[in-house]
Design a protein around this ligand. Sequence first.
Ligand code: PLP
Length: 368
Amino acid sequence: MIPFVDLKSQYLSIKDEIDTAVFKALESTQFVLGSEVVALESEFYDYCGADYGIAVNTGTSALHLALLAAGIGPGDEVITTPFTFVATVAAIYYTGATAVFVDIDPISYTIDVTQIEAAITPRTKAILPVHLYGQPADMDPILEIAQRYHLTVIEDAAQAHRAEYKGRRVGSIGDLGCFSFYPGKNLGAYGEGGMVVTNNPEYAHTIQMLRDWGQERRYHHVLKGYNYRMDGLQGAILRVKLRHLDAWTKARRAIATEYDKLLTKADVITPTVMPYSHHVYHIYAVRSTERDLLQQHLHEQGIQTGIHYPIPVHLQPAYADLGYKPGDFPNSELAAKEVLSLPMFAELSSVQIKAVSVAVFERIPCLN
Ligand SMILES: *Cc1c(COP(=O)(O)O)cnc(C)c1O
């Protein structure tokens, strides 16, 4: 069997370091926030090229607090794409604001920057591009539009730790950047976790208060806050894992190159790396009009795959009240029908990559 992700092999490869860090964290009894979390914050914002980092309990909380810090609330509109994980959109609704969708570019799967301006209204307050699959959205046109219309730019970098746009690390390009440390992400905790990074000290201060009951100091509640604090244990674990992220990212990129090469024999569309981007392959998605049959075939060969995502958010029952209908975002809808995510994790072996590629080719050979 070839798994879609293998968290066990990664743990075993760093077991000594992790176990030491975990026992030390237990001994310290700093179970919520504490010195390991503070150290993680500074190591991670530094890694992203930002000035501040605020650790939280999930990537969704990171998005929620970034939106709140930017002053977004009821009556406001936030522009994003429907071809994303539902959390991007849910976080907008937590603030009371409305999500306004713009379709994706069918090649990069990130927001189609040529359609953003048409979606701007007097209520628009922010643009929330998603660096989907580990490839940055086209940030320069987004920043240019945001500047012209006085909008805040919040990056959903939950799938894109260490990805770069024109040589700059994501998260620090917009006004605020949001990361998830869900176990399966490129940098994953052993539980839940998230982080907001920013260069703006006021945003950082607001988010620091909001994640911990809006306190300026103990029991002095300046804002109506939340319990969105990171566990001390996750801080300790993530510090160990951050030291390996460069090597793991390199491994993912090498695996993608290997897949690209082997899959030229199969009639599937492999990922396109945009000229501006350093892709970190959280997901390696191929595209085929025979997606469902291909997935079934791989399943029969013992190869686990995923679909990210089978239903765009504008067609999810939970968001039916927005009034969108099939056909509104054709690129997102077609991608949802055709993408298939192949096994991708840093420890995937050449033998496994070959086996997956052969199985794809068996089902969909290239005839020319
Ligand atoms: C994982 C993810 C999130 C949410 O992160 P959690 O840590 O699971 O709350 C948000 N946006 C995208 C694009 C994601 O992939």
